[in-house]
Design a protein around this ligand. Structure first.
Ligand SMILES: CC(C)(COP(=O)(O)OP(=O)(O)OC[C@H]1O[C@@H](n2cnc3c(N)ncnc32)[C@H](O)[C@@H]1OP(=O)(O)O)[C@@H](O)C(=O)NCCC(=O)NCCS
Length: 156
């Protein structure tokens, strides 16, 4: 499947069940409660995007949550269902997220990623994110360190 066979759209409350299913199957990501997605989507600085296959009535297969604060933003969560990975869906979600953040005059996007999460680190590097910090024992569940990455967005 090419990325143009998924539609990137805004989150709706009915997407929460599919989001939680994807999240539960991906222990390397932040495990949010259902209300967290609705809270971020209602926040004026929040962006929650989902990837929905356009050729079927299947539920969503990926999502992204971000928060903008002034000229900075943070990607807080991103995941793609395991059987839809390596088809450019995360790249498409991040591209749309970056486009929207740039339109809100965000200049720098930050995120944290586990040192061991090589798939996500490779994805972010391919999009231009650079390492700008290390948070030791950041993840309370197992004490793993987090890398802090930053992307400078073009001025629009
Ligand atoms: C990380 C994740 C979101 C990537 O989603 P995806 O839709 O498969 O990513 P894409 O297909 O858009 O990949 C874009 C690029 O990222 C890199 N990449 C993605 N997955 C990779 C992997 N498993 N190994 C190496 N590189 C990978 C590649 O450069 C890829 O381009 P290519 O396929 O042309 O080589 C997905 O693996 C996932 O949901 N993981 C679990 C949750 C998670 O770790 N979230 C991030 C928390 S910080």
């Amino acid at each position: 499947m090419e990325p143009n066979t998924v539609v990137i759209r805004d989150f709706r409350p009915a997407d929460v069940a599919a989001i939680l299913e994807i999240q539960l199957a991906a222990p390397e990501m932040a495990q949010w409660r259902p209300a967290d997605y609705e809270r971020v989507s209602r926040n004026p600085g929040g962006i929650v995007l989902v990837a929905e296959p356009s050729e079927t009535l299947s539920s969503i297969v990926g999502f992204l949550a971000a928060i903008e604060i002034g000229t900075e933003a943070e990607i807080q969560n991103v995941a793609v269902r395991a059987d839809y990975r390596r088809r450019g869906i995360a790249r498409a979600l991040l591209a749309e997220g970056h486009r929207r953040l740039a339109a809100r005059s965000v200049a720098s996007v930050f995120l944290e990623v586990r040192l061991s999460n090589l798939a996500a680190r490779t994805l972010y590097r391919s999009l231009g994110y650079a390492e700008c910090g290390l948070r030791r024992r950041y993840y309370a569940s197992d004490g793993e360190d987090a890398l802090v990455l930053r992307l400078q967005l073009p001025v629009v």
